[in-house]
Design a protein around this ligand. Structure first.
Ligand code: GLY
Length: 438
């Protein structure tokens, strides 16, 4: 099976690492990629966001399967273009990817399907939004309707903050056309969890869960980032919660998408708050999460090629997907200054070949190092790796307990150096926020 992966982050390195272990894989390429994926697959300098160029590349390589990592090419219709070219692609079509591309579409789907979520209102006019908000004193969440690179969500404690957020979207247009409409939502309280399940449009796999850390500083302080760490599975995740989320959230959503004529095929990512009244959906995404993928791919016990092809072919009901339960903790190392301005080109020391596994390439290994913003400074031999982005590496520890997994991850982090490297010191500490309990 010849596979082309599209994307260049830690998520795509983790996907490449897991796919590489499939006996069905014969050849693998990565469009975009980084220094880490370059050690597992052939890197092709094609932008993951350039849909025509990716389709041309997949045709030239005669790829049997294209695995699309990030949301933007999914939202831009890459999967449909590949299907037209006769190439199997793992990920939702453009119409199904609206579940992430339009927050108002996603809320309508949930409303129609009876999926529990916050109270919400959609506004297309700034004046109507401000009129509504000035009459509602309770905390709200303001979301730009469209894709805003993870920055389009504002948590507003009072009407003044909410009005500023609305003006930022609709008057100052800080998110461009993504802010043409906004969704105002009730602020939900509880433990946040990311839940992922494979879907073939009708059938869902068993779900897997992870928790992530979005804010840049310890104790969930400071601005939001693309993700500073993650762990899986959460200690509160059990068969009852998995069944409740499948039956009240994931399955009704997949059924409604099929009714709307846009069956959802790929991985469905539900961001969920476990409130005192039960699980409530914060948002849906149309792809694997980052940095959650770095801690859930090591848990995938079934063949990833089988699972992905079953999504494409509609045969998930005959293809069981099993997840392990060994704790994994992933610490993201970032460039100093991130998520603001940062320098690149800093040499990274302490990296091992491959993913830096400590005990030679099996799932019992206690650390893995997944690359994101890294590049080869020596033309590809992998001997000199430098930083090329804000999020640089995800260092994953796995052990019998989450405390030991966390200790293993941090031991490895301390052996890796680059100028101005930063990381949170509390990833996997269950006392931070409410991640350890419901
Ligand atoms: N972990 C958040 C995201 O992938 O969107």
């Amino acid at each position: 099976m010849k596979i082309l992966i599209v994307g260049s982050g830690g998520r795509e390195h983790a996907l490449a690492w897991r796919l590489k272990r499939s006996p069905r894989l014969s050849e693998m390429w990565v469009a975009g990629g980084n220094a880490g994926t370059g050690q597992l697959a052939t890197t092709v300098a094609v932008s993951p966001e350039d849909v025509p160029a990716v389709v041309k590349l997949a045709k030239k390589l005669e790829a049997d399967l294209v695995v699309v990592g990030p949301e933007q090419p999914l939202v831009d219709g890459l999967v449909g273009r590949l299907e037209e070219a006769g190439i199997a692609a793992f990920g939702p079509t453009q119409s199904a990817a609206r579940i992430e591309a339009s927050k108002s579409f996603a809320r309508q789907v949930m409303w129609d399907a009876g999926v529990p979520g916050p109270e919400y209102r959609v506004f297309h006019e700034q004046s109507a939004a401000i009129d509504f908000l000035t009459k509602h004193a309770s905390p709200v969440v303001i979301k730009a309707d469209g894709l805003a690179a993870g920055k389009g969500v504002a948590l507003c404690k009072d009407p003044e903050e909410a009005v500023l957020a609305v003006k930022g979207c609709m008057e100052d247009r800080i998110f461009g056309s993504a802010g043409d409409a906004i969704v105002v939502e009730e602020w939900l309280y509880g433990t946040e969890v990311s839940v992922f399940a494979f879907s073939d449009g009708e059938t869902l796999s068993a779900p897997v869960a992870a928790c992530d850390y979005k804010q840049v500083y310890d104790g969930d302080q400071g601005p939001n980032t693309g993700g500073m760490g993650s762990f899986a599975p959460p200690p509160f995740w059990d068969v009852n919660l998995a069944a409740e989320i499948t039956h009240t959230i994931l399955m009704p959503t997949v059924e409604r998408m099929a009714e709307l004529g846009c069956p959802y095929r790929g991985v469905l990512y539900a961001g969920i708050i476990l409130t005192a009244n039960g699980p409530r959906v914060l948002e849906f995404n149309c792809r694997f999460g980052d940095p959650e993928t770095q801690v859930i791919m090591p848990l995938l016990e079934s063949d990833p090629v089988d699972a992905m092809l079953a999504c494409v072919e509609g045969s998930l009901s005959e293809t069981p997907v099993c997840w392990g339960s060994r704790p994994h903790v992933g610490v993201v190392m970032v460039s100093g200054g991130y998520p603001g301005a940062y320098e690149t080109g800093k040499e990274i020391s302490g990296l091992d070949p491959g993913c830096g596994r400590a005990r030679g390439g099996d799932l019992e290994s206690d650390t893995l190092v997944f690359h994101a913003g890294t590049a080869n400074a020596d033309g590809g031999s992998g001997t000199r790796v430098v930083t090329s982005g804000g999020r640089v590496l995800t260092v994953v520890g796995s052990e019998d307990t989450i405390e030991e997994a966390r200790a293993a991850a941090y031991r490895k982090v301390e052996t890796i150096e680059f100028e101005n490297a930063r990381y949170r010191s509390d990833i996997g500490d269950l006392s931070v926020g409410s991640r350890g309990r419901i």
